[in-house]
Write a protein that binds this ligand. Structure first.
Ligand code: ZN
Length: 222
């Protein structure tokens, strides 16, 4: 694709963004990561993201954005809140952090610009998740246009997972030759347990169901 270009990957150390990191390494000459903290319950996400970046031999940059968790309450940052296991009728689960991806993309664009980078990679998907509005393709296109206007730049936001369900994300990591790295080294679990996680939080259920489906029906995903 853009082998002579560079890319900035928004990386949290989870399955999706780690798959995106290796996707970017395949498609771009130079890659760097930006890890944004926003007061998540589990600070080891940062340690894990840093370790993965080191092993992938890419620069790691950390940005503290805990102000996001001070703007409004959500279950990812407030340990006193019980996480919604299902999506409540007519609303979003309390794991939704309003404005997060807009904030992340804005920060990523500013950092990318300072390094002369035009490509920004984010691991959002609208196929198989809780339907968060800021994971949708229309939002990403709109944010891309806005950031270009805001900074008079020609950023391209890449969303390699946009139309993939979880099993297909596993298939992609397998095609990239990093299935085991993603399986063993990432942290997706809302309870902060790496690899296969606690098994019962919404993030674990989605991740593990996708992996089971992929491993059972591999030939379907070739
Ligand atoms: Zn879990």
């Amino acid at each position: 694709m853009q082998k002579n270009q560079s890319a900035l990957v928004l990386h949290s150390g989870g399955q999706d963004s780690t798959t995106c990191l290796f996707w970017a390494l395949k498609h771009f000459e130079e890659v760097r990561t930006l890890c944004i903290t926003y007061g998540q319950r589990h600070s080891q996400e940062v340690t894990i993201a840093q370790k993965i970046a080191k092993e992938a031999n890419v620069p790691f940059q950390l940005l503290d954005a805990t102000l996001i968790s001070r703007l409004a309450q959500n279950a990812l940052t407030n340990p006193d809140m019980e996480m919604d296991q299902e999506q409540p009728a007519g609303s979003y689960p309390n794991t939704f952090v309003p404005g997060r991806n807009l904030f992340f993309l804005t920060s990523a664009a500013v950092v990318a610009r300072s390094h002369g980078i035009k490509n920004i990679v984010i691991g959002v998907s609208q196929a198989d998740y809780s339907g968060y509005p800021d994971c949708r393709d229309t939002f990403i296109r709109s944010a891309n246009a806005t950031l270009n206007l805001a900074m008079d730049e020609q950023f391209i936001i890449h969303t390699p997972l946009m139309w993939l369900n979880k099993a297909e994300v596993w298939a992609l990591s397998d095609r990239l030759g990093v299935l085991n790295i993603v399986k063993k080294n990432t942290l997706t679990c809302y309870n902060g347990i790496p690899a296969e996680g606690c098994g019962h939080c919404p993030a674990c259920k989605l991740r593990n169901a996708g992996l089971n489906e992929y491993e059972k029906n591999k030939s379907k995903y070739e």
